[in-house]
Design a protein around this ligand. Structure first.
Ligand code: G6P
Length: 371
């Protein structure tokens, strides 16, 4: 057992540490030396991909949050509207889907029944379905028009970690490929973005090397009953995923919010001592950054304990943070692949401190094969 876990105590811990490799392996062999993407495995006619006028991502749980992250990048790079929908909601609401719709199904297992039913429905309406799946030969892979495999390796712990990073990476490859294929204005920057993706494994490793900082914080919080997570732009789905990890692993009530929504309701939840994690955008995007810094100020003024995930060198946050966890400097669209890592470590360490089984949380299944 210890051998399978590579010397880690739990699969979750191992899989969190597998993440630099999961991202690197998902990128491997998918571009040529000139920085052009080569995704021959897609097997959808290029003429079809050129006429796509809408993308709908269908997925459940963590995979849906990967789609939520990808929406920001794919719309920016391709100028194609992207909707992200929970597969079980999509299937039963008579969605507008036709031959010009590309449905992207994201799934670690490839066996989630809700997602299978969604792709069946999409294909009946004439849409092409592209699967982003981690498990070879799985039902979703077989029933889709094309598959781009994530190469995260087997994920054993019930709550998803490395598959999430690999799913975002794979979605980004698809987005950059579509941009390249359709000749959009960002096509010249594809090589630059690929280069930035290639730098992520080392950045993730840097965070893992400093995991002790976040573990110490988690261990001191084992009696906490509620934690809030805030993020803006791509930091928003990261906040949602941070909250989901804490619910799944540590059975703590947790909610993620878009930081801009704070004043429209959630700020009423802030009382003295309430722990709030804030995912801060890079200061190199001041329009996003300044707004999130004011959000931290607002909740701090109402007594919240603020746990801030911010870039190295971002000094504007220090004054309002009870705890700062630093991540390496990263372009905005790539930030989720680094900022989510401390949140995973936090949830895993907090659950461990409570003596819970992080690999097999109560009531959950790795693959939900019923609707
Ligand atoms: C289950 C798991 C989650 C996972 C979700 C989607 O609920 O507990 O960790 O995110 O299914 O699974 P999939 O295999 O489709 O990615």
């Amino acid at each position: 057992d210890a051998a399978v876990k590579d010397g880690f105590d739990t699969f979750m811990d191992k899989e969190i540490h597998d993440q630099p490799k999961a991202v690197a392996d998902t990128l491997l062999g998918r571009h040529d030396d000139d920085g052009d993407l080569v995704l021959d495995e897609l097997r959808v006619d290029e003429s079809v991909l050129r006429t796509v006028d809408k993308i709908i991502v269908v997925a459940c749980g963590t995979a849906a949050y990967a789609g939520h992250v990808a929406k920001y990048a794919v719309e920016h790079w391709c100028r194609i509207p992207v909707e992200v929908e929970l597969a079980h909601e999509f299937r039963y609401r008579d969605p507008v889907v036709n031959v010009r719709t590309l449905v992207v199904a994201i799934s670690q297992s490839g066996e989630t029944m809700d997602t299978i039913m969604a792709i069946r429905h999409a294909r009946e309406q004439g849409a092409k379905v592209l699967a982003i799946v981690n498990t070879h030969g799985s039902t979703i892979a077989r029933e889709s028009d094309a598959v781009l495999y994530t190469h995260a390796g087997p994920e054993v712990a019930v709550a998803s970690t490395k598959a999430f990073l690999a799913q975002i990476t794979a979605c980004y490859l698809v987005g950059l490929y579509l941009s390249q294929l359709r000749g959009y204005k960002y096509v010249d920057e594809v090589a630059g973005y690929l280069d930035e993706l290639g730098k992520l494994p080392a950045k993730i490793q840097d965070i893992l090397d400093r995991e002790g900082e976040i573990k110490a914080v988690a261990e001191a919080m084992k009696d906490t009953s509620s934690v809030l997570f805030l993020g803006r732009h791509v930091g928003y789905p990261v906040a949602l995923e941070g909250a989901l990890k804490l619910k799944e692993l540590a059975y703590i009530h947790a909610e993620g919010f878009a930081a801009g929504e704070l004043k429209h309701g959630p700020i009423a939840l802030i009382e003295p001592g309430q722990p709030v994690f804030v995912v801060v955008p890079t200061p190199r995007r001041p329009t996003l950054h300044n707004k999130v810094v004011s959000n931290i100020q607002e909740i701090r003024a109402r007594g919240a304990r603020t746990f801030v995930i911010a870039e190295e060198g971002d000094e504007a946050v220090t004054e309002y943070a009870d705890v700062v966890f630093r991540v390496p400097q990263t372009p905005t669209l790539m930030m989720p692949l680094v900022t989510v890592v401390p949140l995973q470590i936090f949830a895993c360490a907090l659950a461990g401190a409570k003596g819970l089984d992080v690999d097999q949380p109560r009531n959950l299944a790795k693959s939900v094969t019923v609707e």
